[in-house]
Design a protein around this ligand. Structure first.
Ligand SMILES: [Zn+2]
Length: 335
């Protein structure tokens, strides 16, 4: 099978993008062309703005795209719950506007079904539990609304934990953070450790009874950035049965020259460390100001398959990395 056939035939899962944020006027940055007018354009038509819309996901062979919702990022949790509700509303509007081209999913079987039907599967995640506004009980409602991956923080400290931007104090999870992990385990929602401080990560690993995900984090040994994971953290994630999605943010890929090849260097490192069962994709498209060379938008995803084959990965391992690992994790935790 050549790379493009293999890519089309594989389940490809991208566990993080900020496209919904680009569509919300509350997040719009009008002077930035990437965000300009996207709330009007929506996701259904090919716009050329930013990195993701339904036609580009289809062209890039993306089977399942995870869409993050969050509150406004800042020290003050201003209207986070309301913003989250509006984003979820917009998510389902976009699924309907696509006349079936994009199907909301909550389970692994729905992802494979969408692939067979030639549709893009779309899953909701939370990036930062500021959107709970202090209520762990609200997780039950988010679960009913279709959210299946939940990050405790968005780099900045909240009621649950410290993020990487507040790691100076070395804080672990708060009591509420520990309760949230327990509730996420009970509900069958996947705990997302991206954006957590290292101490918070280790606390989650002690508390969780289910495998976790790092929806969009790379290897710190390859690119030294606090948003990336140390080798010890990667080993712990693998021991727990978890998966990490490779983030395309240039600063997390390479200190000076971010390219598709440099991104695959992270995959090589992780596979060398823990084998091929714990790495996947988590682009962060539409949340990053620029992209690596060769990964300019969702249509460029097949380039990763080409590079993996070029480096000697077997078809089975390529399928795992493109989405098989994420699919296994979703099946195990969410069903
Ligand atoms: Zn993020």
């Amino acid at each position: 099978m050549d790379y493009s056939e293999l890519h089309r035939d594989s389940v490809v899962i991208d566990t993080h993008c900020d496209t919904l944020k680009c569509l919300m006027p509350v997040f719009t940055r009008p002077r930035d062309s990437m965000w300009a007018d996207r709330s009007k354009v929506g996701m259904v038509t090919r716009s050329g703005l930013g990195h993701i819309d339904v036609p580009r996901l289809i062209e890039g062979g993306v089977t399942c795209q995870v869409f993050a919702i969050s509150g406004e990022r800042g020290r003050a949790p201003s209207h986070s719950l309301r913003t989250a509700m509006e984003m979820i509303g917009r998510f389902y509007d976009e699924c309907e506007a696509g006349q079936g081209a994009m199907a909301p999913v909550t389970r692994s079987g729905e992802i494979t079904k969408a692939k067979k039907a030639g549709k893009v599967a779309a899953m909701l995640s939370i990036e930062g539990c500021d959107v709970l506004e202090g209520s762990v009980e609200a997780l039950r409602v988010y679960h009913r609304l279709g959210v299946r991956m939940v990050g405790l923080v968005h780099s900045i400290r909240n009621e649950l934990a410290d993020g990487v931007a507040d790691r100076r104090t070395g804080g672990r999870l708060s009591e509420m953070g520990a309760q949230a992990v327990q509730e996420l385990n009970r509900l069958g929602m996947i705990v997302d450790v991206s954006h957590l401080s290292d101490e918070g990560f280790w606390d989650v690993m002690e508390l969780t009874k289910a495998p976790v995900i790092a929806t969009h984090s790379n290897a710190r040994a390859v690119c030294d950035h606090p948003r990336n994971m140390t080798d010890d953290m990667i080993r712990a994630l693998a021991d727990n049965g978890g998966v990490m999605g490779m983030n395309f943010a240039p600063a997390f890929v390479h200190p000076t020259k971010a390219t598709l090849e440099a991104l695959v260097d992270h995959i090589d490192h992780i596979v060398g460390l823990v084998g091929p069962d714990h790495v996947g994709l988590g682009s962060d498209f539409d949340g990053i100001p620029s992209t690596p060379e060769g990964l300019e938008d969702a249509t460029k995803m097949p380039g990763i398959t080409r590079e993996l084959l070029k480096r000697g990965y077997g078809e089975g391992d390529v399928r795992k990395i493109l989405g098989g690992n994420h699919l296994r994790l979703i099946k195990r935790v969410a069903g």
